[in-house]
Design a binder for this molecule. Structure first.
Ligand SMILES: [Zn+2]
Length: 183
């Protein structure tokens, strides 16, 4: 039951009543108050409550929308980072393999560069599959739920993808060497 407080039209005392009652007795002067006289006030109160409710809903909606936009941006940044890391890794791996496979002299500087590139590629792979799942945004804007992301399955997916990319770069490196007649 929703109670509101009004002023008695006869004595000015405070009368608490159920919003939807038609009559009440003032506890101060004992007179019966018909609420038709103050109905407008009660209706105004109702409208004010409704306005407050609408404003609240609107700000909740606005907050949701902002949160969603923020999550989208976070996800976009994450995807960009993943693409950069995987591209750099794949290029270093392919180039490193091509150099190591193509260089005849094992003591040359080129060989050192090739091995360094291969090691840098593997380092990037390990760092990516560990750091990227940790950096993944926790708020899922697609479902709107703030539930925890399964970072382990993300780790597995990234690892499989990274290994596939490195294998592909080996294949490309191998083809390049074969075309150059170095293998
Ligand atoms: Zn009164």
């Amino acid at each position: 039951m929703e109670m509101i407080t009004i002023n008695c039209p006869y004595c000015g005392g405070q009368v608490t009543r159920n919003r939807y009652d038609y009559f009440a007795n003032c506890p101060y002067c004992g007179r019966e108050i018909a609420f038709d006289e103050i109905k407008e006030e009660a209706e105004l109160d109702l409208y004010r409550d409704r306005i407050v409710e609408l404003q609240h809903n609107n700000s909740a909606f606005e907050q949701n929308r902002r949160q969603e936009e923020e999550s989208r941006q976070k996800l976009r940044r994450w995807i960009k980072r993943r693409n950069i890391a995987f591209t750099v890794m794949t290029l270093m791996h392919g180039l490193g393999f091509a150099i190591v496979g193509g260089v005849q002299d094992e003591d040359s500087d080129l060989m050192v560069i090739g091995v360094t590139l291969l090691m840098a590629a593997w380092g990037t792979l390990i760092a990516s599959v560990i750091l990227l799942p940790l950096a993944y945004p926790s708020y899922n804007y697609l479902t709107g739920e703030n539930r925890p992301v399964n970072r382990f399955s993300l780790f597995l997916k990234l690892t499989v993808t990274a290994i596939a990319l490195c294998t592909l770069s080996l294949l490309v490196g191998f083809i390049v060497l074969a075309i150059l007649g170095l293998i």
